[in-house]
Design a protein. Sequence first.
Length: 284
Amino acid sequence: MSHRILVTGATGHIGRELVRVLQQRKADFAVLTSPSGRSVPGVLSVEGDFADAASLERVFRGFDTLFLLLPLVPNKLELARNAVQAAKAAGVKHIVRSSGAGADAASPVAIAQLQGRIDELVQGSGLGWTLLRPSFFMQNWVNYYADQLKAGAYHAPNGNGAIGMIDVRDIAESAAAVLADPAVHAGRIYTLTGPEALTNAQQVAALSEASGRPMRYVDVPEAAAQAAMQQMGMPPVVIDWFMSLHHVVKEGWAAGLTDDVAQLTGHPPRRFLDFAAESASTLR
């Protein structure tokens, strides 16, 4: 019996890796693209807009499973509601949602509360569901902070909090394992982490040693970080979400580890030292 998968967020960090894994496994899948978005070469694309529930319902029809990964935008909750309603109306049987570690609708932490509220929409949809809650991505170092590192220092208000960083390839492989047979994972919540919890100072030291370039971590006041994001023109609610992430790290709440990656993929999650070695040429 055929099992058709629709992947959203396919051009993002997780989505690109997930598409690669699904292609390798010869899965029957397509990707959702927005009217103004990028296509994915060599992959069937369907066009829809998260802000237009009717367009989503049209393109969701004929798919059995939806991999739901939403952009971090001010109206993210509204877009999630549109997607869940459209999936139900279109006859989708199962939603696999990419959420975030610590998601909890009752949390005082802004980003955890948002992720938890979206998770509740999925759980209350009446459809089959599986929640993936990854920790912070190792790839953020090269995708967002490479210029800071090359200049010699990474600045953040994270204190000495440790983080169970995860490689996005492990997130993608975990997602692919669930998508292969979602019924087996129905009603399950997986928190995806790496094998060790490291502070920003430890991570930067590993990147510095691997690349041979002097680098250090500079802990900055929260007010300074907030002011910098304001100067960048970020929307206030997005600044609140990012500041809440920094608070989570500083308080040590991001240090938890699980074996969920190994359970789903059959192999241990990738180590940060290996990621640092692979990224050395990018940071030189």
